[in-house]
Design a protein. Sequence first.
Length: 102
Amino acid sequence: CVDIFGPGKDIESTWIGSKTAKRSISGTSMASPHVAGLIAYYLSLAPASESSFNSGAYTPDEMKKLLIDHGTRDVLTDVKSDTPNVLIYNNAAEDKDKFWAW
């Protein structure tokens, strides 16, 4: 079951062999770090725990909803008809007030 897609095709990353080695690879091993990084970014936008605006810890379902709500729709090709065509997108912080308004 797929809820959202992350960039995972021909992603350049560090590689083995030397301190400067790099390689382009594809797959979930490249897509999942993008999704995890975006969640970390979203959490960095959350009010600090000592702030009066903090509403507590965010659940995995709330984070999933943020990813889907702020994702880019219908830009992927060859997606199965029963799979959501949503790609993660990292521009949600343009209006932080709207971003955290559940």
